[in-house]
Write a protein of this length. Structure first.
Length: 603
């Protein structure tokens, strides 16, 4: 071979070509023989598989040997299966000895059987344990499932984490009967999700009362799914204990607590993307022009667009004068990333138990500008201690920092202008300049960015709870005195900055781009507003409870006292006509364009 390539003669290129041909023929022959051998092997294997396949019959019964109709029998790992008839009998063909049959039926434990050489497989299914001794959170306490008579739905935290969503509210959809969740915002970190427990018949579309670890609180949607032990939903008589606040039901949330045992560290990290549920289909510019002509023709008026205009709109041959803009596609991107990390530690002894967790969440906006985000940092500490034989105390602390920064308009405003603007208007001109559109230049690809300003919220929340439980069995069995003091502290800082933005309108007569000042939403002014909210919520609760069982009977009663206090203060300041868009401060503006107000309330 080396000699052939080194040969220098009259026909060097011919010799190289001949070598390539020989090698090609050799490779083809090898491939043919290999394919033939492989084909023969495949045929042999296929024949062996056909010989090994068998038909399995049998009968499915319960533990009392009564036939079970409607049992699903599936060959594991495939979609091949059948259903038992009224006599509990079934037939399944095409089964190999290595296969496993899976028998499943509602209310029965799923059972798996390896086929092997069996041609007949009879199975007796056992009843699934309903779990009547499972403890469920209810109003001011807990109950075993078997003792419940009211309407209570329950879901464990493990089921919520399997859904892999960072929005705890949305994770309830589809896992709890009767729950309807409406997301009316869509912006990252928005609290616009609406929960309806009574479905569409919920009175006034009011959301239910949220009770977190025994304390009525807000911020349910900001809880980390990894911190949840269980969620219970009460309605009707089960929720009556909370009075008028529970007119539309109650959602009771229990967070995880420490357990006796060795130290356990759990780390969860998720990365995902959010997308719009559906993007409306809009008319293209040539369709819009065609319908405009038809309307004008119907009223006996002259057509506005010529056939040449419509053709240019359709082909896109002249994007400067005949654009075709889908503002939805221009203003929103297909996917917006989100990141969620959670680390938790659990453990304890007979006297002290603890659950600690740290959580970080970041969501980005769906806007094509990629401007807008939501960051959340959260720490949780749930500690329980037995200080004496009959006395237990608990200390719960939840600290949360939220930072949201978005353009200074709502998602609704962006969507509104996506369908309000005409398809023959420019989002961007071919040279990259932003186009002037209707309503003071409300171009969706401009107002969805920080070019027009920003709206930033920084919230600092602290939820604390000190509780005790005095077991008074020494006085009489089933008697206990419990109570807690909850202190919630919230600081909310908001700053909104708006500024006009230059937009451009092409002048076909001069061939120039006229610069115009976008007045939406700034009204042509550079402005800054700030608001500071401070709230303190105190709740004191003490309860004497008696709960005792007598054989098949149970007596439960309690007397409680509860007192709440709220202190709220806010301060608002506004300044317009700022001297400079780069110096965004309340003092840097005209004296006439300012406003200050505030208030304070105690209740």
């Amino acid at each position: 071979m080396k000699k052939l390539f080194k040969t220098v003669g009259v026909y060097p290129h011919f010799k190289k070509l001949l070598l390539v041909v020989r090698l090609s023929v050799l490779l083809i022959l090898i491939a043919v023989f290999h394919s033939q051998g492989k084909s023969e092997t495949g045929i042999s294997r296929k024949a062996n598989m056909l010989q090994q396949q068998q038909t399995v019959t049998g009968r499915v019964t319960d533990k009392n040997r009564q036939p079970l109709p409607g049992v699903t029998i599936v060959l594991k790992g495939t979609t091949q299966g059948t259903i038992s008839d009224v006599n509990g009998e079934y037939t399944l063909s095409g089964v190999t000895p290595e296969g496993t049959l899976v028998f499943s039926f509602v209310g029965m434990k799923t059972q798996e059987v390896v086929v092997g050489n069996q041609r007949q497989i009879n199975v007796a299914l056992e009843e699934e344990t309903i779990g009547l001794e499972e403890v469920i959170a209810i109003g001011y306490g807990t109950k075993e499932k078997g003792q419940l008579t009211g309407s209570v739905a329950n879901v464990k935290g493990e089921a919520l984490t399997q859904i892999r969503t960072t929005d705890l509210i949305k994770s309830l959809q589809g896992v709890m009967p009767g729950i309807i969740v409406n997301d009316r915002g869509g912006a990252p970190g928005s609290e616009d999700s609406e929960i309806l427990i009574r479905g569409t018949h919920t009175l006034g579309n009011n959301t239910p009362l949220i009770v977190i670890d025994g304390v009525p609180r807000s911020g349910f949607g900001q809880l980390s799914p990894e911190d949840i032990e269980e969620v219970s939903v009460l309605k009707d008589a089960s929720a009556a204990i909370y009075g008028a606040r529970a007119a539309n039901g109650v959602i009771i949330v229990r967070t995880k607590r420490g357990k006796t045992g060795q130290f356990t560290l759990e780390v969860n990290s998720n990365y995902g993307v959010n997308s719009m549920t559906r993007i409306p289909e809009l008319m293209e510019s040539w369709e819009w022009a065609t319908y405009q002509n038809e309307v004008l023709e119907y009223y006996g008026q002259v057509k506005r667009y010529s056939d040449d205009d419509i053709q240019k709109y359709k082909t896109g041959s002249d994007p400067l004068t005949h654009p075709n803009t889908n503002f939805y596609r221009e203003a929103f991107r297909d996917y917006a990333p989100e990141t969620h990390h959670n680390i938790s530690a659990t453990g304890g002894t007979e006297t002290v138990k603890y659950f600690l967790s740290g959580d970080y969440l970041r969501k980005e906006s769906q806007y094509s500008s990629k401007d807008g985000y939501y960051n959340q940092y959260q720490l949780r500490s749930n500690i329980d201690a037995q200080v004496q034989k009959y006395i237990n105390i608990g200390m719960d602390i939840n600290l949360r920092l939220e930072n949201e920064k978005m353009p200074p308009i709502t998602t609704y405003n962006v969507v509104h202008r996506c369908w309000f603007n005409y398809p023959y208007e420019h989002a961007y001109y071919p040279n990259g300049l932003p186009g002037w559109t209707r309503e003071g230049g409300g171009n969706p690809v401009v107002i969805n960015s920080f070019d027009i300003g920003w709206n930033e919220n920084i919230d600092k929340i602290a939820h604390t709870k000190l509780s005790f439980n005095l077991n008074m069995d020494w006085l009489t069995d089933g008697l206990a005195l419990t109570g807690y003091a909850a202190y919630d502290f919230t600081i909310k800082n908001n700053a909104t900055h708006m500024k006009p933005v230059p937009l451009y309108l092409y002048n076909p007569e001069t061939g120039e781009y006229d610069e115009l000042t976008g007045t939406y939403p700034s009204n042509g002014n550079t402005s800054l507003s700030k608001r500071n909210d401070v709230s303190n919520d105190n709740l004191y609760h003490i309860r004497l409870q008696y709960d005792r069982g007598f054989g098949d009977h149970n007596i439960s009663a309690f007397a409680a006292y509860e007192q709440s206090e709220t202190d709220f203060t806010y301060l608002y300041a506004y300044r317009k006509e700022l001297f400079s868009a780069s110096k965004v401060e309340l003092f840097a503006g005209e004296e006439d364009g300012r406003a200050v107000n505030g208030s304070s309330s105690v209740g």
